[in-house]
Design a protein around this ligand. Structure first.
Ligand code: AGP
Length: 615
């Protein structure tokens, strides 16, 4: 997944604007970056493999400081390794058009063959360069950039968010388009702008137009963006007010976004839950359509689809919905669900969970579920994302922008949203009494100070000591039972993705069916042990590990498990339904401190991207 930006300004200095935008989008992909601007009547391009800093260095000569119009790109490579030549922007042979692209041109090979047969010589291995030549050829035939982009995209199969500029337009217009990956445009007091993520727009204006799949937009100073379909049919796309605080996109006093976002989690709980709780009626009010008693009573099954960390929240949703609302729940990887010919009905609720709302597999799974007649609901963190626009109902999480590639606060927000949904569903179905509803609502209100206690100096120093003690281990096994089994999965994923150490999450009861063979002094076993109904079972699994000389780390509230451990982080006692939200915090911090001790790039782990908008 990549990040694209563009701007036409009243004043000079567009290079700085582009770089500031790319810095906010670097979490989307960071193996190369580049800009193209109109300068002194020509298209000037600077692009560099590696992090954005290398591109910034290439621009310190100030040679392009007078430019007012340009586009920029930060890349997560799909076709062609990271290199200066493969970095975007790409141009046509005559250098009359420059273009940046997020996505995949699936029919790039046949288009490239056609272009080469007509004498075009390619300068890169990328699919994107095909687009630059197609648009350049149309412009050479006399088309406006807007028409040239539309005509070229009519030949393309695949996913794209693109932006283009041309010599002919001399910086007076930029053209952009999307089908798949997100793209938003905006007109502010000082210019017009485009970006893959609102984060790069809200410094200029809060009124943002989210383009839809198949839209093409033309930006020009002094007027609202002109939006049509690829065939030229005009469409109205109203601007939406984005309330995110631009400061939220900064690190503040934290060394990494991930650590800042871990510490934001108590506030995220409050923002996601507290104004939706109704203590008097022991219920939840989402304040949006789709969650009435009648609508929810019509559901007889829930099918969760998601990827990665969001899927772990989906597993927790299963325990909550089945436990509190007594509705059967299936959970599946979106990438598996979309190809296994699932059986759904009109009384199935497809619940898609996604932080970004742009994950290709999750979107495809949601669309398949809808085509099979299921109702669709999303739990999502990004207003205006594709998932929010396509789902019939949405529970918006209020985590704010999550920049760290390893998801933390969005995960907690997803778990909170799942809890709220399970309470609403249980109350709508009459499975939860008024008293039960009131208890569940008040339990959630008690959670915030307990989360904060896990972020205090003492708890963090305990975690740091565990990370230091175990940083040379060959591997890690994370064990959990019941609603904390998905927390074992999530703890393992966090450790894998930011410290590059092998880690596996397992149901604790499964350990004796194979993984127990892995236990030796170089393998650390992290056991999530809550003082819940399964505490006794977890203790016996823990004994099985110790009997084989395994190194046991307990995270949880069960004192007897803590007494049997080599190391531990004590977690406050809370409702078992909410224990995952507390137990995950020390696991997030173990992964963070392990990666920090190893000196790794925590916010931009190797090979990863924040949202995978391609298959
Ligand atoms: C989370 O730490 C990972 N970066 C990744 O698994 C992520 O959860 C997954 O790609 C889903 O993203 P989404 O929530 O934006 O759909």
């Amino acid at each position: 997944m990549c990040g694209i930006v563009g701007a036409i300004q009243r004043d000079a200095g567009v290079v700085q604007t582009l770089l500031e935008g790319l810095r906010l989008l670097e979490y989307r992909g960071y193996d190369s970056a580049g800009v193209a601007v109109l300068d002194a009547g020509a298209i000037a391009i600077r692009r560099k493999a590696g992090r954005l800093e290398r591109l910034e260095l290439a621009l310190t000569d100030g040679a392009l400081s007078a430019a007012r119009a340009g586009i920029g790109h930060t890349r997560w490579a799909t076709h062609g390794p990271p290199s200066d030549e493969n970095a975007h922007p790409h141009t046509d042979a005559e250098g009359r058009v420059a273009l940046v692209h997020n996505g995949i041109v699936e029919n790039w090979a046949e288009l490239r063959a056609e272009l080469e047969a007509s004498g075009v010589r390619f300068a890169s291995d990328t699919d994107t360069e095909v687009l630059a030549h197609l648009v350049g050829r149309e412009v050479a035939r006399g088309s406006s950039l807007f028409d040239a982009v539309r005509a070229s995209l009519a030949r393309v199969r695949g996913y794209y968010a693109i932006a283009a500029l041309s010599l002919e337009e001399q910086g007076a217009r930029l053209v952009c388009a999307r089908s798949g990956p997100p793209l938003a445009v905006a007109a502010g007091p000082d210019g017009v702008y485009l970006a893959s993520d609102v984060l790069a727009l809200i410094a200029h204006t809060r009124d943002v137009v989210f383009l839809e799949d198949g839209d093409v937009a033309e930006l020009e100073l002094g007027r609202a963006p002109r939006v049509t379909r690829i065939d030229g049919t005009p469409v109205e796309r109203p601007a939406r007010r984005v309330e995110w605080d631009p400061e939220a996109a900064g690190k503040g006093s934290f060394p990494h976004f991930m650590l800042k976002e871990i510490h934001e989690q108590p506030d995220v709980l409050a923002r996601t839950a507290f104004d939706r709780l109704r203590l008097e009626s022991g219920d939840v009010d989402f304040g949006v359509p789709g969650f009435s008693d009648a609508e929810l009573r019509a559901i007889d099954r829930v099918q969760v689809v998601a990827c990665g960390t969001a899927l772990h929240a989906g597993w927790i949703a299963r325990y909550l919905i089945e436990g509190l609302a007594r509705v059967p729940v299936d959970v599946d990887y979106a990438s598996e669900f979309r190809y296994r010919e699932p059986v759904l009905s009109a009384s199935t609720l497809a619940l898609a969970i996604s932080q970004s709302g742009e994950t290709a597999d999750t979107l495809a799974a949601l669309r398949l579920a809808r085509s099979l007649g299921a109702r669709t609901t999303a739990i999502c963190n990004v207003l205006g994302s594709t998932l929010v626009r396509e789902a019939q109902a949405t529970i918006l999480t209020q985590a704010g922008p999550e920049i760290g590639v390893a998801s933390t606060k969005a995960f907690v927000a997803q778990c909170v949203a799942a809890y709220l949904f399970a309470v609403r569903l249980g109350r709508a179905r009459g499975v939860l009494s008024l008293q039960q509803g009131r208890e569940l609502v008040s339990d959630l209100r008690l959670l915030r100070p307990q989360m904060e206690s896990l972020l205090g100096e003492r708890a963090v120093s305990e975690v740091r000591a565990i990370a230091r003690q175990n940083q040379s281990q060959r591997g890690f096994l994370f064990l959990g039972r019941g609603i904390n089994y998905p927390i074992a999965l999530e703890g393992a994923l966090k450790l894998k993705e930011i410290s590059y150490v092998h880690a596996e999450g397992y149901p604790a009861g499964e350990m004796k069916h194979g993984p127990i063979a892995l236990i030796d002094p170089e393998m650390s076993i992290l056991v999530v042990a809550s003082r819940g109904p399964l505490a006794e079972k977890v203790r016996s699994n823990l004994e099985q590990v110790r009997a084989r000389g395994g190194h046991v780390i307990v995270i949880g509230s069960d004192e007897e498990s803590i007494a049997k451990s080599d190391e531990h982080v004590r977690v406050p006692v809370c409702s078992e339904w909410l224990s995952p939200i507390l137990n995950v915090i020390p696991l997030q911090l173990v992964a963070y401190h392990m990666a920090d001790l190893k000196g790794l790039d925590i916010d931009k782990p190797r090979n990863l991207a924040k949202s995978v908008t391609v298959e």
